[in-house]
Design a protein around this ligand. Structure first.
Ligand code: UDP
Length: 482
């Protein structure tokens, strides 16, 4: 009968950490709720999370990875370039998107052989709806963002308010939203305001079409975070969605410690024991996600700002991504002056564990959606420093609607591979950090962040809003099996 049928759901995450990490979390949660979950990945990508999946299997979860080759050679990418985060130029990232298109046939073949009940695919796999239809199963989309940014995208497309301003920096109101949200043209992604100029325009059109054909979206969000926008998305825009997050909270092990894919364990202990020696709420955690590429000039200003703020900090730097730079961009004597007060992590940080540590009292973030949700889940207030994608929208949610963050003052969106911005000055970084870590305003933001963090934890508990939505999504998938 339909009730006793065990669901088998396939997950196809886009090859970028900000998509893969939350989707693995979601797959795992499906398995915890009794489904069989299979994650489709490529050899190099899977090597970053296969161990955690192995652990899940030892713990009795029916979750596994199925590998397909990534068509590097066929697409014209260097060998081993299986992740969008390894692309360093616009040309390379465009080629990467084309390579993802080439996965259609092998994925379709794989799915045919396995008879899944549903496919959850990342938004860039615009062809997944056709594949799902050929197989007669529902396709769900995962696009790694939340209701608020989705509502903004929708309003921008519907009303084009950016056409009525005289300059790139003149503010306009995004019409038709539950709150008054103001943006400038300079903060909008290129493909949103200048479609014909954007090399991604065609892909965006395909994604939008595919969105309208899919059963709906799985959101890494929770109702209490953005209730007006969760309703607006469903009732005014009229699209189906299930909010199941914050997904980072799915990973509590018995000891109460989070574990998840992509986190290397080698450096973990070091930074966590460093944090153990610090007072509650005394440390600022600085990280700009998995994709950002900074100029040496900007890194220098960050170093200056952190030093002059007088606060303790953990700073995650991936400065080798461009031009194989070494650490010689650091100010003279920086490392010896910050000894004991600041920790630089060169590479991948255990972000969720750091944010959850009681010593961490603030987060300088680029406002990637996962980082925002992880900060919310941990109850940590933020300095917002958006760079690209929909991050300038997310900043508005954090600072103006949730009131748990203060902007560093970033004004200019750019493509991640093409950063020609004037650096944000050390002085501005210092001011924002001090405002967050010292004084009454920061304390109010911290209280607000704690409240939201508590709501987040309740949402994923049994009977909470996200737990209920995940169960109802599974029921809906089951109804297609009848
Ligand atoms: N992340 C991490 N360690 C790092 C950098 C990033 O664990 O050193 C994780 C972070 O916790 C989040 C994801 O990578 O889950 C980044 O996603 P986000 O949406 O914040 O930003 P993106 O990388 O997509 O710009």
């Amino acid at each position: 009968t339909a009730k006793s049928h065990q669901l088998h759901v396939f997950f196809l995450p886009m090859m970028a950490p900000g998509h893969t990490i939350p989707m693995i979390d979601i797959a795992r949660q499906f398995a915890r709720n009794g489904a069989k979950a299979t994650i489709i990945s490529t050899p190099l990508n899977a090597s970053h999370f296969s161990q955690t999946i192995e652990r899940d299997r030892e713990n009795g979860l029916e979750i596994s990875i199925t590998l397909i080759e990534f068509p590097c050679q066929e697409a014209g990418l260097p060998e081993g370039c299986e992740n969008l985060s390894s692309t360093t130029t616009l040309e390379m990232s465009l080629t990467f998107y084309r390579a993802m298109d080439l996965l259609q046939q092998p994925v379709e073949k794989l799915l045919r052989e396995n008879h899944p009940d549903a496919i959850v695919a990342g938004l860039f796999f615009w062809w997944a709806d056709d594949v799902a239809r050929n197989l007669g199963v529902p396709r769900l989309q995962f696009n790694g963002t939340g209701f608020f940014p989705m509502c903004i995208y929708n309003a921008l497309r519907a009303h084009k308010p950016y056409e009525n301003v005289d300059s790139e920096y003149e503010e306009f109101v995004v019409p038709g939203l539950p709150d008054e949200v103001k943006l400038t043209r300079r903060k909008l992604p290129e493909e949103t305001k200048d479609e014909d100029k954007s090399p991604f325009a065609e892909t965006v059109r395909k994604i939008l079409l595919s969105q309208s054909k899919s059963l709906g979206i799985i959101m890494n969000s929770f109702y209490e975070l953005e209730p007006a926008y969760a309703r607006h998305y469903r009732e005014v825009i009229g699209r189906k969605a299930w909010h199941v997050g914050p997904v980072s909270l799915f990973n509590k092990s018995n000891e109460g410690k989070a574990h998840r894919g992509m986190e290397n364990s080698s450096g973990d202990d070091n930074c966590l024991s460093w944090l153990n020696s610090k007072k509650p709420n005394s440390v600022v955690y600085v990280c700009f996600g998995s994709m950002a590429i900074f100029s040496a000039a900007q890194l220098l200003e960050i170093a200056k700002g952190l030093e002059s703020s007088g606060q303790e900090f953990i700073w995650v730097v991936r400065e080798k991504t461009k031009d194989e730079r070494s650490v010689d961009w650091l100010p003279d004597g920086f490392e010896s002056r910050i000894q004991g007060r600041g920790l630089i992590i060169n590479g991948w940080a255990p972000q969720v564990l750091i944010l959850e540590h009681e010593a961490v009292g603030g987060f300088i973030t680029h406002c990637g959606w996962n980082s925002v949700l992880e900060g919310v889940a941990a109850g940590v207030p933020m300095v917002t420093w958006p760079l690209s994608a929909e991050q300038f929208f997310n900043e508005k949610l954090v600072t103006e609607i949730l009131k748990m963050g203060t902007p560093v003052g970033a004004q200019e969106w750019t493509k991640r591979t093409d950063d020609h911005r004037e650096p944000i000055k050390g002085d501005d970084i210092e001011k924002a950090v001090v405002k967050l870590m010292v004084g009454e305003e920061g304390e109010r933001m911290r209280i607000r962040a704690r409240e939201l963090g508590d709501m987040a934890k309740r949402a994923v508990e049994k009977g909470g809003s996200s737990d209920a939505d995940l169960k109802s999504l599974m029921e809906e998938i089951r109804s297609y099996h009848l």
